[in-house]
Ligand binder design. Structure first.
Ligand code: SAH
Length: 340
């Protein structure tokens, strides 16, 4: 699953097989997501045996699955080295989406997020990111038409693998998902934003802002000490001017921390004149963290301030919160008491 079509052609060549075999194999792996070579029924038995000793298909094993009342489903995937990651299936009126993880754990240390609590264990390979999508597509039997790179991990901290994944999944030899149907979310790693901008992809960049100034953001997100708000906003403007894509800003509302009308006004000043969209997320509960979700009225008030200033804003529904599948609730392993 880590191999793109050219690398699959090279592998097939090494095995002394004709080139057209590469397309067949690639299709089994990247479109059908099969887990074993002996399921590749249009290959000769001899070739299947050769492949068996030369490679592994790379699909992931589903270790657990939980379904929410709202149709959201959370998957725990077991990786080949025994580590695991969580991914989420999100059915929408306009199609089905998968939220993929890019790392086992995370080293960014955001104070409100569960994914970062044990630190970073390792990066996922491009194929391990890809296999979350095919794994969920096969398990649900529903076509996946969009992807959000918003699971555990910081995509900019594993950008080369994430880019390879995006290239493979958008290709017509892959799932052929349009770049416009892919969203990548970052906590604000500025060099990563610049590097991504240079590729000029049509994907949506989503930035986890959560605070309108350095004073507040420093206390919530350690990454801000390295890349402060001004620099982050500059990189976002550059991203828009290169790609012509509007940037989405994520803002999780935390009771008494970042949710006042004054802070909403500060946010308005920060975003004025930018081609952007704000996603307000009432904070999802993470058991070990002391932060609380803002009340309905505070959320409404915050939203009104942005709306009055003409900033496009939506309040995101907390999908899957009853099974800890919502933003910031994904972990390395299933919490105790979950079905496995
Ligand atoms: N590392 C990337 C992607 C993973 S986090 C990033 O930071 O963007 C996905 C989104 O969930 C981010 O916007 C993150 O800030 C948000 N998030 C984390 N913990 C949350 C929580 N407890 N409630 C609501 N959103 C949260």
């Amino acid at each position: 699953m880590d191999l793109n079509i050219d690398e699959t052609i090279a592998l097939v060549g090494q095995l002394g097989e004709p080139r057209f075999r590469a397309a067949q194999i690639h299709k089994w792996v990247h479109q059908k997501g099969v887990r074993r070579f002996d399921e590749m029924t249009d290959l000769s038995l001899g070739l299947r045996e050769k492949l068996q000793s030369a490679a592994v298909p790379g699909s992931l094993e589903i270790a657990a699955r939980q379904e929410s009342k709202d149709g959201t489903a959370k998957y725990l995937f077991r990786l080949s080295d025994g580590e695991s990651v969580e991914s989420v299936f999100l059915p929408h009126d306009y199609g089905n989406s998968v939220c993929v993880s890019t790392q086992v754990g995370c080293r960014m240390g955001c104070r409100f997020c569960a994914s970062t609590m044990g630190g970073l264990v390792r990066n996922l390979t491009p194929g391990e990111i890809y296999a979350q999508v095919t794994g969920i597509q096969n398990d649900t039997g529903k076509r996946i038409s969009s992807i959000v790179i918003m699971g555990s991990g910081e995509p900019m901290d594993n950008l080369d693998h994430v880019l390879k994944f995006i290239t493979m999944v958008t290709a017509d030899t892959g799932l052929h998902i349009g770049a416009r149907h892919i969203t990548l979310s970052t906590c604000g790693v500025v060099p990563g934003i610049r590097k991504l901008a240079a590729f000029d992809l049509q994907i949506t960049l989503s930035v986890s802002l959560h605070a309108p100034n350095d004073r507040m953001r420093d206390t919530m997100m350690p990454v801000n000490r390295k890349y402060p708000v001004r620099e982050l906003m500059k990189a976002c403007r550059e991203y828009t001017s290169i790609t012509n894509r509007r940037v989405t800003f994520e803002y999780a509302l935390i009771q008494g921390v970042n949710d006042s009308a004054g802070q909403a006004e500060e946010l308005v000043r920060l975003l004025r004149g930018m081609l952007c969209h704000v996603n307000l997320i009432p904070l999802n509960r993470v058991q070990e963290r002391e932060y609380r979700q803002s009340g309905r009225e505070r959320v409404q008030k915050f939203r009104e301030v942005l709306e009055r200033a003409g900033i496009p804003v939506t309040v995101r529904r907390e999908k899957g919160a009853d099974i800890d599948a919502a933003c910031g609730q994904l972990r390395r392993r299933a919490a105790r008491g979950q079905v496995t």
